[in-house]
Ligand binder design. Structure first.
Ligand SMILES: Cc1ncc(COP(=O)(O)O)c(C=O)c1O
Length: 371
């Protein structure tokens, strides 16, 4: 049997008529830049997430750069960011001349350790970028307390967090809608994934929204009048047409992911050679990725690949050890929790159309490896 790590082809086959109609309607009306498909998607996302303003942009990475620029995460400002995350959570501020100040992670949830963040505050700290990784939100109550106490701007990297919820002061909120701004990625593998690159910026602050909107089109709100040096980063209209179809059944897709995660848990949780991320009680999880922390991880990954099973490692190297950040002067041992997780973590196949037989095949293969 071959079990792909991810594929969109089964989804396309299941919803072919709706996708074809939506994409062909864009071809027919010929308005390829912004327009009604993008606006419909933005409004539907704002409603789904429970946030005032949503703005479609070209990718999650672009959303992070654009928001960092507007929030002033630039020119020598220090910004707290986890060392264990996707590169774009940090490159966004580094490229604008800000100094990324890395933070270790919480061993149980794999999210930012906010106590560690607090220890790294200085008079130059301007902001914080909590990242909601894999299946659950970072501890946003704690992040917001810290931000209020020290006057920090909060940019939530919710690239992986579409549909995740978390409790802040007793109230359930969508991850990404709690800080000053939040960004989402619609990279194809994501819980709400496009058929290409796409992203979203959200905020409850009208002034920020107006600035984000302007930054999306070269810093201009009236054509050829430039108030800022902005970007060209619009959500592609074709992607909006695809995402409009997918948003219609995203809750069912999330529910299928939960069924698969339960199946993996039931089959794997008694294996002594594995550990699993723990979910905080104040989080409602969404399985963008199903991770295990495995003994002899690299050998296990090889074994699974030889059996035709697609696996992935998010993330093999923490950011403080990346060559491009060597100027920050970190060395191995500086962030021990992140370094250990990088050597143990392994992501198993996870997408809504996965079958129970495929999951059993993956679990049989893991069991046989440790026998
Ligand atoms: C945590 C995190 N931040 C940022 C991004 C960047 O998003 P994109 O691939 O849409 O640029 C991703 C996804 O790839 C991500 O997982």
């Amino acid at each position: 049997m071959n079990v792909p790590f991810f594929t969109s082809t089964r989804e396309y086959a299941n919803h072919k008529a709706a996708f074809d109609e939506s994409v062909l309607s864009v071809m027919a009306h010929g308005g390829f830049i912004l327009g009604k498909d993008v606006e419909t998607f933005e409004q539907a996302c704002a409603k789904y997430l429970g946030v005032k303003y949503a703005l479609g942009v070209a990718s999650g990475s672009d959303a992070l750069v654009l928001a960092s620029d507007v929030l002033g995460f630039r020119d020598g400002a220090e910004v707290l960011t986890p060392t264990f995350t996707f590169f774009a959570s940090t490159s966004c501020v580094a490229r604008l001349g800000a100094k990324p100040v890395f933070v270790d992670l919480d061993e149980e949830t794999l999210n930012m350790n906010v106590n560690d963040a607090e220890k790294r505050l200085t008079a130059r700290t301007k902001g914080i970028i909590p990242v909601h990784l894999f299946l659950q939100s970072a501890d946003m109550s704690h992040v917001m307390q810290l931000a209020q106490k020290h006057g920090l701007k909060v940019l939530e990297d919710s690239a992986e967090a579409f549909g995740m919820k978390t409790q802040v002061n007793g109230e359930w909120k969508s991850a990404g809608t709690i800080g000053d701004a939040g960004v989402y990625s619609f990279f194809p593998t994501k819980t709400l994934g496009g058929y290409g690159d796409a992203g979203l910026l959200v905020t409850n602050d009208e002034e920020l929204y107006k600035k984000f909107r302007s930054y999306r089109v070269h810093g201009s709100s009236v054509k050829y009048h430039h108030d800022y040096i902005g970007y060209n980063s619009r959500l592609d209209t074709m992607q909006a047409a695809i995402l409009n179809v997918k948003l219609g059944y995203v809750d069912q897709a999330i529910a299928r992911r939960a069924v698969h995660a339960k199946h993996y848990n039931e089959r794997l949780s008694s294996l002594q050679n594995l550990r699993f991320p723990k979910i905080r009680p104040s989080n409602q999880e969404v399985y963008y990725v199903y991770n295990i922390l495995a003994e002899r991880r690299d050998e296990l990954a090889e074994h699974l690949k030889n059996k035709g099973i697609g696996v992935s490692i998010y993330y093999p190297i923490p950011l403080h050890l990346q060559k491009c950040f060597s100027y920050l002067g970190h060395k191995r041992g500086d962030f021990p929790v992140a370094e250990k997780v990088c050597s143990d973590i392994l992501a198993l196949p996870m997408f809504p159309e996965l079958t129970a037989d495929e999951i059993d095949y993956v679990c049989d293969a893991i069991e046989s490896f440790y026998l």
